[in-house]
Design a protein around this ligand. Structure first.
Ligand SMILES: Nc1ncnc2c1ncn2[C@@H]1O[C@H](COP(=O)(O)OP(=O)(O)OP(=O)(O)O)[C@@H](O)[C@H]1O
Ligand SMILES: [Mg+2]
Length: 168
């Protein structure tokens, strides 16, 4: 069973791309927010985000992968959508897609969600510092960057499919 992680700063297009990818590859889409809610240790009111321990999150993803593998109708692959998905140890993942977009596009998308200014700033900073990308590379993942600045969900998914094919 192939495992594709889709990580990136909030608003950079993980869900958009992960859903395209799962349709194209016929893999099962896994919503990381559901997992985060299960392992969450509360809600940070100031940062307006769930408090989630990365090790607990990663263990929970691993348990889910094992359960999917063992199930009768196990899929050919999973696409795991979360800005914490790259905390899964690299040996369990076939590919780690990091979504990125221009800072202008990100600002527009986050403001459209009516995020408070501090939360927009925090996410723009994360994108400027490439936090998810740097972490994914440091953790040893096979990383592919997907730029979602322009409307290219389907062609981006196709590119990633080709990369997976070349790899196996
Ligand atoms: N490839 C793309 N082209 C154009 N617009 C996009 C693309 N990908 C995402 N968007 C737009 O950007 C916004 C944010 O996308 P999305 O919800 O997929 O981000 P996300 O990374 O999953 O965010 P979060 O971490 O908060 O779940 C959406 O309004 C979506 O329509
Ligand atoms: Mg999302």
């Amino acid at each position: 069973m192939k495992i594709i992680l889709v990580t990136g700063t909030p608003g950079t297009g993980k869900t958009f791309l992960a859903k395209e990818l799962s349709l194209l590859l016929h893999y099962r889409y896994i919503d990381g927010i559901k997992i985060a809610k299960q392992v969450s240790e509360g809600y940070d009111k100031i940062r307006r985000t769930l408090i989630v321990d990365r090790r607990k999150f990663s263990s929970s993803i691993l348990a889910l992968i094992r359960a999917q593998k063992a199930s009768k109708n196990s899929p050919n692959g999973l696409v795991i959508d979360s800005h914490m998905s790259h905390f899964l140890p690299a040996r369990y993942a076939d590919l780690c897609v990091v979504t990125k977009c221009s800072l202008n596009a990100l600002k527009r998308r986050l403001e459209a969600r009516r995020y408070p200014a501090a939360k927009v700033r925090e996410n723009l900073d994360a994108e400027i510092f490439d936090t998810c990308l740097v972490e994914a590379e440091e953790l040893g993942h096979k990383v592919v960057v997907a730029d979602t600045s322009r409307k290219a969900g389907k062609s981006l998914a196709q590119q990633i499919k080709n990369q997976l094919r070349n790899q196996s």
